[in-house]
Design a protein around this ligand. Structure first.
Ligand SMILES: *Cc1c(COP(=O)(O)O)cnc(C)c1O
Length: 348
């Protein structure tokens, strides 16, 4: 076992609410175009109100909320925020309230993640903008109002990306390394979608501990689906350092070059589909029966498919695609790159 028993013990003392079905399966995916192996880490199957990577962060965020005696979870997200939906599910499980600040206009009829958030009993607030800074200010205002009303709110930012949230992905790293050991697997590279950096951060922190112990580790390529890549890389490194500090491992450093961020798949901007991403959505569905969304996993899977021969990131033979979820967005308007009569029209 790579993670020393002392560290495992320390980790086990950090407050955690058991919300996810773990470990998630590590499966053989469809063969890559060049004939190489694709492994898929099925974090779309974490459970908790339809699954996704946020379940892992929420285990530790909610652990902290419960420890603080909170009665209301408060967070913020984009119109089709998976994080907001899963926060609503976590609140339902824990017998708390959920108050969600949601980007974009309030739709006449909710769909996808918003419908589920309502189903899970959350209150949705619509400041009427997509500006992440304005939404974050709305979050702070909401928290202040709730406190004034006598509630005990516990809030976390977009994506649940704090050092505490990132612990969920340090745990995920350990889980994956255990699975690889048990099954004799040694992927060259892990590819995943990154938007607020918490997933990347946790994996990076775990990887750095393994590296420190002189172990062979896969590279991690985070695929930027959200913002200015230098900002996102900085966020990931800062969050990884914060997570290491919580684990008592401030001695472990995160070299800048280890935080690989591939920003060639984002396209116009966050949540705007791309041709390559849509091709990956269809490829994952038609060759692997995988449900891939257009905002996150489609763009990341496009990168994973191309990495066999990628001269920029360096080619990789055995690729692990970390499926971070996003299923409900598929049922939102324009959630899939197909119309009913178009199922097999385009080449994938
Ligand atoms: C939030 C999310 C991501 C990105 O995770 P971060 O930790 O915010 O970078 C990737 N995929 C899906 C489906 C998500 O909902």
């Amino acid at each position: 076992m790579s993670f020393s028993s002392l560290q495992r013990k320390r980790f086990s003392r950090i407050p955690r609410s058991r919300l996810a079905s773990l470990p998630t399966p590590l499966e053989e995916g469809p063969e890559l175009p060049g004939g190489n192996r694709l492994l898929v880490k099925r974090d779309d199957l974490t459970g908790l109100g339809m699954g996704g990577n946020k379940a892992r962060k929420l285990e530790f965020l909610c652990g902290a909320a419960v420890a603080a005696g909170a009665d209301t979870l408060v967070t913020v997200g984009a119109a089709q925020s998976n994080h907001a939906r899963m926060t609503a599910a976590a609140a339902a499980v824990l017998g708390m309230k959920a108050e969600l600040v949601i980007g974009g206009p309030e739709p006449a009829k909710p769909s996808g993640n918003q419908s589920l958030s309502r189903l899970f009993g959350a209150n949705l607030h619509f400041p009427g903008t997509d500006d992440w800074n304005v939404l974050s200010e709305a979050l702070d205002e909401l928290v202040a109002n709730l406190e004034a009303e006598g509630a005990r709110p516990f809030s976390f930012p977009m994506g649940g990306s704090t050092p505490v949230g990132a612990l969920g992905f340090v745990n995920a790293w350990i889980e994956l390394m255990d699975q690889c050991d048990e099954n004799g697997l040694a992927p060259d590279v892990i590819v995943h979608a990154s938007s607020t950096g918490g997933t990347h951060a946790g994996l990076l922190a775990g990887r750095s501990i393994w590296l420190e112990e002189g172990r062979r580790v896969p590279r991690i390529v985070a695929v930027d689906v959200a913002k200015e890549s230098e900002d996102l890389r900085g966020d990931a490194i800062r969050l990884a350092e914060g997570a290491l500090e919580l684990l008592g491992r401030s001695d472990v450093s995160i070299p800048d070059y280890s935080a690989e961020l591939d920003d060639r798949w984002l396209g116009e901007e966050y949540a705007v589909p791309t041709e390559a991403g849509d091709a990956a959505v269809r490829w994952g569905g038609s060759t692997g029966g995988l449900v891939i969304d257009r905002t996150y996993t489609g763009k990341a899977l496009a990168a994973a498919r191309a990495i066999e021969t990628d001269s920029l990131t360096g080619p990789a033979e055995s690729v692990l695609f970390w499926h971070t979820g996003g299923h409900p967005a598929v049922f939102a308007e324009d959630g899939l790159p197909i119309t009913e009569n178009e199922l097999s029209k385009e080449e994938v």
